[in-house]
Design a protein around this ligand. Structure first.
Ligand code: NDP
Length: 277
């Protein structure tokens, strides 16, 4: 699996695994099995959050990584209201307990709230110094907010911005993606499959998929991965989906494919407000 280098020198696979909605439906064993299969196939980054299933998704992750913690790169996120001097270490301790581990590989601020960035960055840095987290980053911030982050003491340590990105939501291409590329900050694309809604039925993706004997989901992933600074975190609890997603790494889209997708989902012509779910 191709990898991307983070600003602390560690590398992560370009295709990871999401976990939103895992732990909600009494299917924890199936979900943990799917994540484990994904690990076997090289998708060793797992993204979760204290928000997902109220901590239940972190527990599914714990089950999936049991006995193989060192092979896995765990990303989890704190609620904005838990991003303070005292609340962040407390939230981190709860996540560590649910994940049944002693450290988080990458800890993200889920979205901007009312706590000043300076306080959150200080709290992240304190957790890093204490060895509770290896790195930290943000989610759902635009490039102006990233400017605020990197201007803070310690702010240059910000490892990623996790944002919505798929052919239906490509506003980040105008200014956020170039900002991240200029700062050597990988972008973690969430909902890369459009949550398997109408995106995967779009004629442009179906057509490109047929040309490559691939599936529309694989085309969506390969499309996001055409950027060298992007990694994707599709969520799959179905084993066939997991296999398909891992195999998407081998798919390379050509200019005609990109043009067909551009025609159906035009790239942004001006700066857009950051979209989020
Ligand atoms: P995705 O775009 O990953 O879509 C998930 C859906 O696609 C599921 O229904 C899944 O079904 C289905 N699916 C997976 N693989 C395939 C495939 N090969 N073919 C067809 N269908 C497929 O949506 P998410 O919103 O879950 O985004 C991915 C992850 O990003 C989240 O799980 C979460 O970790 C993160 N995220 C972060 C946010 C943030 O604010 N930072 C916001 C939203 C998401 P099934 O499960 O049955 O396999």
């Amino acid at each position: 699996m191709r990898t991307i280098r983070l600003n602390d020198g560690r590398t992560v696979p370009v295709i990871g695994q999401g976990t939103w909605h895992m732990g909600e439906h009494g299917r924890r064993r199936v979900e943990a099995d799917a994540l484990r299969l994904g690990l076997d196939l090289g998708m060793t980054l797992i993204d979760t959050a204290e928000m997902y299933a109220d901590g239940g998704a972190e527990e599914v992750v714990a089950a999936a990584i049991d006995g193989r913690r060192d092979d896995v790169f765990i990303v989890t996120k704190a609620y904005p209201h838990n991003a303070g001097r005292d609340s962040l270490p407390a939230a981190c301790a709860r996540s560590l307990r649910r994940l049944r581990t002693d450290r988080i590989d990458l800890y993200l601020l889920h979205w901007r709230g009312n706590i000043p960035f300076a306080e959150t960055v200080d709290a992240f840095e304190a957790l890093r110094a204490a060895g509770k987290i290896r790195a930290w980053g943000v989610s759902n911030l635009d490039e102006r907010e990233l400017d605020e982050i990197v201007a803070l003491p310690g702010g240059q340590k910000c490892a990623t911005d996790q944002v919505l990105y798929n052919p239906e939501a490509r506003g980040i291409e105008f200014s956020l993606l170039p900002w991240c590329a200029a700062h050597a900050m990988p972008v973690m694309a969430y909902t890369p499959l459009g949550q398997a809604g109408r995106l995967l039925r779009a004629p442009a993706l179906v057509h490109v998929a047929a040309r490559h004997h691939a599936t529309p989901a694989q085309v969506a992933l390969a499309w996001a991965l055409r950027h060298p600074h992007v990694l994707v975190i599709p969520k799959a609890s179905d084993a066939a989906h997991v296999r398909e997603n891992a195999a998407a790494e081998a798919l390379r889209l050509d200019d005609a494919d990109i043009a067909a997708i551009d025609a159906a989902f035009p790239p942004p012509r001006r700066r857009q407000r950051l979209q989020m779910l």
